[in-house]
Design a protein around this ligand. Structure first.
Ligand code: GRG
Length: 298
């Protein structure tokens, strides 16, 4: 099966699982309909589903794994990612009106509902893991720990905190910038690959390699984003170009210049691909997925 067909298939499976594994209002016993509507509104706004697809692809590296076994982990990761987007868009954070081409959750509903929908999505991620893998307690514990570690104060939330602190002083150092992206972007990619590996029964050494791949993927993704913001036009980007320079934001381009940022993007991309190539099993889909994710580079 070619890459595009397989990718579309996996995305379709993720969409179906999102619909099936996320609560729906069925009456008074499931609480107010509004919270379920807001959770589903944000989840079903049509993201690229990169992280859940990474979970599924990494789960079947060593041997074909029933996709159904990996889907709850994939959905948990997407719930957690979506919560972070909903909260990031709030007026007290990035204050965005649009997300995934639609009004942000707090614009569509209200701030309190968006905050609660984010809370509920975050919590639901852990309910999914502890329920669907309950028959394999070691796996359930490892998955919960991996996701909690990636999402907590030392990583995703810590990266967001540092981002807010650095924005205020408008002259973040290279070390602060790396901390922000290692945690805001790379942490969830690492967790996706590692959680897939855990479901697929990958050995400990390969789990370390999957984590390394996620780290480089995350940094490459972010550096490419900074280069494109400075070099591509709005039509090509599908969003306003040149926003970073206008807002005086510290980026890889503002700190290192375009040529060096391009070089760094290439280095991080190559390191991610090398890590994936060194994994046992059939790495072809994972490699193409990483290449397509980073293929926006110019
Ligand atoms: C509120 C705890 C908390 C964290 C927020 C996610 C986030 C951290 C901030 C969003 C801003 C941003 C650009 C983060 C860097 C990487 C990232 C998460 C990009 C968005 O991911 P995509 O492109 O989005 O995969 P879709 O919508 O396709 O899922």
């Amino acid at each position: 099966m070619d890459f595009t067909t397989k990718l579309s298939q996996l995305i379709a499976q993720v969409e179906t699982a999102l619909d099936q594994l996320v609560p729906v209002h069925t009456g008074n016993e499931t609480g107010p309909a509004r919270i379920h509507e807001a959770m589903r509104y944000s989840l079903q706004a049509g993201g690229k589903r990169l992280r859940p697809v990474f979970v599924l692809a990494s789960a079947e590296l060593l041997k074909p794994v029933a996709t159904a076994h990996a889907l709850p982990a994939a959905v948990a990761v997407e719930c957690l990612h979506t919560y972070s987007l909903v909260h990031d868009d709030l007026p007290c954070m990035d204050n965005d009106d649009l997300r995934r081409g639609r009004p942000t959750a707090h614009k569509q509903f209200d701030e309190a509902t968006a905050l609660l929908a984010g809370d509920a999505l975050l919590t639901h991620a852990f309910l999914l893991l502890s329920t669907h893998y309950a028959a394999e307690p070691r796996l359930a514990t490892a998955l919960v720990r991996e996701l909690a570690d990636a999402a907590g104060g030392d990583r995703l939330v810590g990266g967001q905190m540092q981002d807010l602190l650095s924005e205020k002083k408008a002259d973040a150092t290279a070390a602060e910038l790396e901390f922000i992206h290692l945690n805001k972007t790379a942490a969830m990619l690492e967790a996706s690959l590692v959680m897939g590996g855990l479901v697929g029964g990958t050995d400990d050494i390969s789990l370390v390699t999957l984590r390394t791949a996620g780290r480089h993927l995350g940094l490459a993704f972010q550096i490419i984003d900074d280069v494109l913001d400075a070099t591509a036009d709005s039509a090509t980007l599908g969003k306003t170009a040149g926003k970073d320079a206008k807002s005086g934001k510290t980026t890889y381009v503002s700190l290192h210049g375009i040529a060096a940022a391009r070089r760094m993007a290439k280095e991080q991309t190559n390191a991610a691909l090398a890590a994936i190539r060194s994994l046992p099993g059939d790495t072809s889909f994972l490699l193409q997925l990483a290449q397509s994710m980073l293929g926006r580079a110019k």
